[in-house]
Each structure stands twice: as structure tokens, then as C-alpha cells.
Design a protein around this ligand. Structure first.
Ligand SMILES: O=C1C[C@@](O)(C(=O)O)C[C@@H](O)[C@@H]1O
Length: 254
């Protein structure tokens, strides 16, 4: 299996870590205004955090936004993410509705990747992955711990499980309670990338203490990093243009 995943010409897992910018608008107008504000920003992927959207439980409204969002972003790949309140998102959702939303979004042909929370239940996760793949949509499996950093073996185990479930890109975000926790996340990243993964992975340690983990993916093996334009979607995301500058400087000097 290839070590990178290609969406609309963007090779996630090759070279400099890719920059993903989230959209966290509540209304269609806010969402499209955010997309327009990205015009002069050098980003690689846009994440639509659909859990912020007030019309998310009516799929006709979701599709209506996607129909305008797709052309507004030109060729930039779209990652479709409903982040549940259990994992730090804005809204709760039943597993069935979650599966249906993600599969329907993939079937529109208007998104390139969907985010599936890996601990939603194996059958649900496999069902979404199958549904997404049937439409050529890639799957980022995710897990978030907004309170703490699990130990290294636990982090690696979760990422391995995502790979075994068939996700194209396993991803984990954890909260450090001390500086050592950041090192734990980085060591888990290195081990997963060098010893277990046959595909790209994404990891981050959140908040200011974890910021360094969002910058050093090229060294430790994280393929993508989240940066903000306007409102951030998680603690510790820095401005996307500053992030690009730092990633470029690191790449040049390695
Ligand atoms: O999973 C992630 C990572 C993230 O939580 C972060 O810490 O940058 C931001 C979320 O929008 C995204 O879905």
C-alpha cells in the first residue's frame, strides 16, 4: 500500500505536512464567507466541521451548502467532519444518523474525505468506510481525548485499530497535562509511522503545550496539521500562513 493518499492532486503523506483549515460557520452565509476568505491562503485541505452547521440534521440543507462550497473552494480537497460532542464537537448524534450523514455526504461526490470517529462501534465504522470507498471518498478515522494523553502503547494501539478497520488515514488528537505528555505523543507517532503504519497518519498534542507537535510532523511522521484562518476549531491551532512559513523553513533545513 502506498504511504501517501492522493486527493485532487494533494499527496497526503509525501513531503511537507499538508495544512488543513477548518470551517466552523453556523449558517450557510458564514460557511461560504469563510471559504471565500481562504482565497489568498496557501492551504492544502479544507475541513468542513458540519457539527457547527445549524442545518446539519436536515440533509437537504447540508447538500445545498456543499453544492456552493465545492465551487467556492476550487480544486481544494474537502474533508467532511461531524465531530460529536463526546469528542469535543458541537452536537451529539445517534450512531445510525451519523452513519447515514457520512454516507450520504460521500455519495454526493462533493467531498473528498470524510472523518469517522473510530470508537463509534466497529460495525458502524466499517459501514461508513465501505460506503465512502464505494464513491471514491477517502476516510480519516479519528479519536480525540480533550482531557489527557493516553500512554504510548494505548495511542499506538488506537492508531493500529483504525488502520485495521480500513481507514485510509488514522488520526489522533490528545491533550497534554504536562510537557512529558507531548513527548509521549511524539514517540507514539514515530513508532506508529516507522514500525506499524503502511499509510499516512495524523497526530497532534493540543493547546499551547502541544503546539510543537503541530510543527514537526515531517520529522516524527504526521502527514497533516490543522491551522486556522479566523476561528480555530481546537486549542493550539496557529494561523495557517504562519504555519506554512514554519513548515517550509523546517523542510528547507532538514
Ligand atoms: O480532528 C481534528 C483535529 C483538531 O481537533 C485539532 O486539534 O486540530 C481540529 C478538528 O477540527 C479536527 O477534526
Amino acid at each position: 500500500m502506498s504511504k501517501y493518499v492522493e486527493v485532487r492532486g494533494v499527496k497526503i503523506g509525501e513531503g511537507v505536512p499538508k495544512i488543513c483549515v477548518p470551517i466552523v460557520g453556523k449558517t450557510k452565509e458564514e460557511i461560504l464567507a469563510a471559504a471565500r476568505s481562504f482565497e489568498d491562503v496557501a492551504l492544502d485541505v479544507v475541513e468542513w466541521r458540519v457539527d457547527w452547521f445549524e442545518g446539519v440534521f436536515d440533509f437537504a440543507q447540508v447538500e445545498d451548502v456543499l453544492k456552493d462550497l465545492r465551487p467556492a473552494l476550487g480544486e481544494t480537497p474537502i474533508l467532511f467532519t461531524f465531530r460529536t460532542s463526546k469528542e469535543g464537537g458541537e452536537k451529539a448524534i445517534e450512531a445510525d444518523a451519523y452513519a447515514e450523514l457520512n454516507k450520504k455526504a460521500a455519495a454526493t461526490g462533493l467531498v473528498d474525505l470524510v472523518d469517522v470517529e473510530a470508537f463509534t462501534g466497529d460495525e458502524v465504522v466499517k459501514d461508513i468506510i465501505e460506503g465512502a470507498h464505494a464513491h471514491g471518498v477517502k476516510v480519516v478515522a479519528s479519536n480525540h481525548d480533550f482531557d489527557k494523553t493516553p500512554d504510548k502503547d494505548d495511542i499506538v494501539g488506537r492508531l493500529v485499530k483504525m488502520q485495521e478497520l480500513g481507514a485510509d488515514i488514522p488520526k489522533i488528537a490528545v491533550m497534554p497535562q504536562c510537557k512529558k505528555d507531548v513527548l509521549t505523543l511524539l514517540e507514539a507517532t514515530r513508532e506508529m509511522a516507522e514500525e506499524h503504519a503502511d499509510r499516512p497518519i495524523i497526530t497532534m498534542s493540543m493547546a499551547g503545550t502541544g503546539l510543537i507537535s503541530r510543527l514537526c510532523g515531517e520529522v516524527f511522521g504526521s502527514a497533516l496539521t490543522f491551522g486556522a484562518v479566523g476561528k480555530a476549531s481546537a486549542p493550539g491551532q496557529m494561523n495557517a500562513s504562519d504555519l506554512r512559513e514554519i513548515l517550509t523553513l523546517i523542510d528547507k533545513s532538514i
